[in-house]
Ligand binder design. Structure first.
Ligand SMILES: *Cc1c(COP(=O)(O)O)cnc(C)c1O
Length: 456
């Protein structure tokens, strides 16, 4: 591809000075970065002036779409008024308080307090410390272990990466840290074998019970999970999974932590994945769609049960971040939530665009390369396989996904590859016409990929 002179200059500068996250540096230096310069609605433009349909909403976060002037205005006004003050030492600011109240309104009824962070990873670091603190205060200090799942994603700080179940991440930096164990994920397509999805869902949910019994219930603090695994490949658990997990958590009285960093703020067609699945989390990490990515912010929603213990029995909680409750981030997040609420974006997704997206997306099931086309709300995944009848993946895992992703970029579509699973998580404002455009591009790129891989 021919690049404009400005692109070449930026790529060269980037290569010399910028170490990117989740990047193979040598490979990137050879290819050169793709430089994104502006965005509007669901579209991005790169430094060569090419337009891309962003079916990933940035990194699962730009729920209201790009170019919302109200959000820029909220940041600008807040920065003029009070650009920074902290929330340590018994102080607050109007935007932090306003956002906390708004969050209590939109989240499930028993979640009435928030602990602010700057990211989803920091939210999960907070989770680790808060659940252990909770059980200490309950005079059950042996309850220290957190149970998570293989292939979960909970961020990239030491606690986030440890809670996550990504093997390549664990392989760097001697993770997980002690006190975190992982059980199987509810990934029926890859692991379900001959079992029906519901049989498989119950079976993997019971791994939690087995692990609790193996460790001893007096050693277990909490179970943490995403309602739908996002970065793991949009893995939607069978219907039988969550009811069984709920039963186990309440029977054994361990805390349930539902990581809503992706599923929160409308992604499933409900405000939260917990609403969709009828879960009652004790702690609920949030980020991403909280501000639609316009400014960094995250948090942990804390249930009345946990909050009351921290407040009544706690003394000082020695934890917090310089930017906890950052005024500009809070102002933008509050404006973002009001857009989602007042423009009824979630209702429109649930009643109008998600059913259409899912209907069209599932048509891809007929493509020779696609073993499974699954989705829920504004999430979708395609399993690219060598043989769809036997559910067999390609020998070299990840190659087909990489080939398909590259064709997508070349043809004006951002779709992400997780191994050989192609995934989407579009902005919630995507219209039916734009869904048609997405489908046209997706089919074209699947055809190109099939041809390249010799799949008829
Ligand atoms: C992205 C993500 C995180 C981490 O959030 P950051 O803001 O990148 O630190 C945590 N949990 C889930 C489910 C995520 O998708």
């Amino acid at each position: 591809m021919k690049h404009l002179a400005e692109t070449v200059r930026l790529q060269e500068s980037d290569r010399c000075h910028h170490l990117h996250p989740f990047t193979d540096y040598k490979q990137l230096a050879q290819k050169g970065t793709r430089v994104i310069t502006r965005a509007e609605g669901i579209y991005l433009w790169d430094s060569d002036g090419r337009r891309l349909l962003d079916a990933m909403a940035g990194l699962w976060c730009v729920n209201v779409g790009y170019g919302r002037k109200e959000l820029a205005e909220a940041a600008y006004q807040q920065m003029l008024e009070l650009p920074y003050y902290n929330t340590f030492f018994q102080t607050s600011t109007p935007p932090a308080t306003d956002l906390a109240e708004l969050l209590a309104e939109v989240t499930p009824a028993h979640l009435n307090r928030v602990f602010f962070t700057s990211s989803g990873s920091e939210a999960n670091d907070t989770v680790l410390r808060m659940v252990r603190r909770y059980w200490d205060l309950k005079e059950q200090p042996s309850k220290k272990n957190l149970i998570s799942r293989i292939n979960a994603y909970h961020g990239s700080t030491v606690a986030g990466a440890s809670l996550g179940g990504m093997q390549p991440m664990h392989g760097q930096g001697d993770l997980p840290v002690p006190g975190i164990v992982h059980i199987e994920q509810p990934y029926w397509y890859a692991d379900g074998g001959e079992l029906s999805p519901d049989e498989f869902g119950v079976r993997v949910a019971r791994r939690l019970e087995e692990k609790i019994n193996e460790l001893g219930v007096d050693q277990v603090a909490a179970f943490i999970a995403e309602p739908i695994q996002g970065a793991g490949g949009v893995i939607i658990p069978p219907d039988s999974y969550w009811p069984e997990i709920k039963r186990i958590c309440s029977e054994y009285d361990i805390l349930l932590v539902i990581d809503e960093v992706i599923c929160g703020f409308g992604r499933t067609g409900e405000w939260f994945g917990s609403d969709y699945y009828g879960l009652q989390p004790d702690l609920m990490p949030i980020a991403k769609g909280l501000s639609s990515g316009y400014l960094p912010i995250g948090g942990v929603m804390v249930s009345d049960r946990v909050a009351e213990t921290l407040i009544e029995e706690g003394g000082e909680f020695f934890h917090g971040f310089t930017y906890s409750g950052h005024p500009a981030s809070c102002a933008v997040a509050a404006a973002n939530i009001r857009i989602i609420r007042d423009e009824k974006l979630i209702e429109n997704v649930a009643q109008n665009t998600a059913p259409y997206l899912q209907q069209r997306w599932k048509e891809l099931q007929d493509h020779p390369l696609v073993g499974e086309a699954r989705g829920l709300g504004f999430l979708g995944a395609l399993e690219l396989v060598r043989d769809k009848t036997s559910r067999s993946f390609f020998e070299e895992r990840g190659k087909a996904g990489g080939v398909c992703r590259d064709f997508c970029f070349e043809n004006g579509l951002v779709m992400r590859a997780v191994r050989d699973t192609m995934i989407i998580s579009p902005p919630l404002i995507m219209t039916r016409e734009q869904i048609d455009e997405l489908m046209e591009l997706a089919v074209k790129c699947l055809d190109l990929t099939a041809r390249e891989l010799g799949v008829a």
